[in-house]
Design a protein around this ligand. Structure first.
Ligand code: MG
Length: 397
């Protein structure tokens, strides 16, 4: 006999830790849905997220490197999958709810604009004075409002805990949202936030080296996270070739970070005598954390990545050219709202023109934004059109 929702919920109660968020204890959906199911509520939420257009568009959105300039570089989609994998591993090792963790992970970057952080910043500047733009808030807006798939409500009608995880604790209150009332979020949401960092620390190092803007020798000499991973593999790996060595270091970094978070978090939970998901939320600060030492080391790594990678002219200048296109596109739609998509046009009266344009543009993939711009006569730099760069020809194994 296939397992019913009831049996799956019973199984959660048996297997998960006392501080895990059980699906049977969910605060539920905004609009009640009466359905017999073979999935728990969070499994359904995960599936709803995967089947959205916003999710599919992640494939053609920039993470750090402009989408299309190298076939091996991370995109928002592959980043999202790495986050989900890391978060699920953490969830399983701590006895947390993997389905909830996965749902939050898969939706966590839906709200990002095209062209990475530069795109987000640009939209925020344009929207200054009319509510700004912030990607976490936008992720929530997508799942609560912008996705149109159901006859009886806007959005996906996800369970409260998934939306809580997307809101993140530092988010300004969103227009329609009844979240949050607690000082902290679920452990599932907390570990997803850390998994997000672990994913981008490791894949940005990987992509940065591959792209030729980060040097492994400099990392060995300056970055503790890197040199500790090298130490950890020295005895087993000997003199591997540089590419194999890089892969070994990167996966060791991920492994060490996950272990550190799992051990530190378990200690924190024990010390604070946390025995329920309610107690997790009432706790004044996050219980999922890196150790003191790794917090410092990660801080140094993050600073290094900013200086050497995110603000590196080779990457930054191209992203700057991209946001120039975004600005002009915004202006164009202000003058020609009739050129917005049909669904977007129908929101102008309730949401206002600028918010409608902001929603519309932020949802675009890089390549759609560029092709729209080009079709309106906006000048688009050749480099942005996905010409394979000098660095994308690394051997394709
Ligand atoms: Mg992310």
């Amino acid at each position: 006999m296939p397992l019913s929702q009831y049996e799956l919920e019973k199984r959660e109660a048996e297997i998960l830790a006392p501080y895990a968020q059980k699906s049977v204890d969910s605060r539920g959906r905004r609009f009640s849905e009466r359905t017999e199911s073979w999935r728990t509520g969070y499994q359904r939420d995960r599936d709803r997220i995967i089947h959205t257009r916003s999710f599919r568009r992640l494939e053609y959105k920039t993470q750090v490197f402009i989408n299309g300039i190298g076939d091996h570089l991370r995109t928002r989609l592959t980043h999202t999958m790495e986050v989900a994998a890391i978060a699920r591993n953490l969830a399983r090792s701590l006895g947390l709810n993997e389905d909830l963790t996965e749902a939050i992970s898969l939706a966590h970057d839906l709200g990002h604009s095209p062209f990475g952080h530069n795109g987000d910043e640009t939209l925020d500047k344009i929207m200054k004075g009319s509510g700004g733009f912030e990607h976490n808030r936008q992720s929530l807006r997508i799942v609560e409002f912008l996705e149109q798939k159901f006859p009886d409500f806007d959005g996906l009608n996800l369970n409260w805990e998934v939306r809580e995880g997307l809101a993140r604790h530092d988010r300004p209150e969103s227009e329609n949202s009844e979240i949050p009332t607690y000082p902290s979020v679920s452990l599932e949401a907390q570990i997803t936030e850390l998994a997000d960092e672990i994913a981008y620390y490791s894949h940005d190092l990987d992509d940065g080296i591959r792209f030729g803007v980060l040097k492994p020798e400099e990392l060995s000499a300056q970055i503790a996270v890197w040199s500790h991973a090298e130490e950890a593999i020295r005895s087993t790996h000997g003199q591997a070739n540089p590419t194999i060595h890089r892969h070994a270091v990167i996966r060791t970094i991920i492994d060490l970070e996950i272990q550190d978070v799992a051990v530190t978090t378990e200690n924190n939970l024990e010390r604070a005598r946390i025995t329920s998901s309610e107690a997790v939320r009432r706790h004044p600060e996050a219980l999922a954390a890196y150790s003191e030492k790794l917090t410092q080391d990660n801080k140094a790594l993050r600073k290094f990545l900013y200086q050497e990678l995110y603000l590196n002219p080779e990457i930054h200048d191209l992203n700057d050219k991209a946001v120039e296109v975004l600005k002009q596109l915004f202006d164009y739609y202000r003058k020609h709202p009739d050129q917005l998509g049909e669904q977007a046009r129908s929101r102008i009266t309730t949401e206002g023109l600028d918010r409608t344009i902001c929603d519309y543009i932020s949802g675009m993939t890089d390549r759609y934004a560029l092709s729209q711009a080009a079709s309106f006569g906006i000048e688009v730099n050749d480099e942005l059109l996905g010409m394979p760069s000098k660095n994308s020809g690394e051997s394709r194994g």
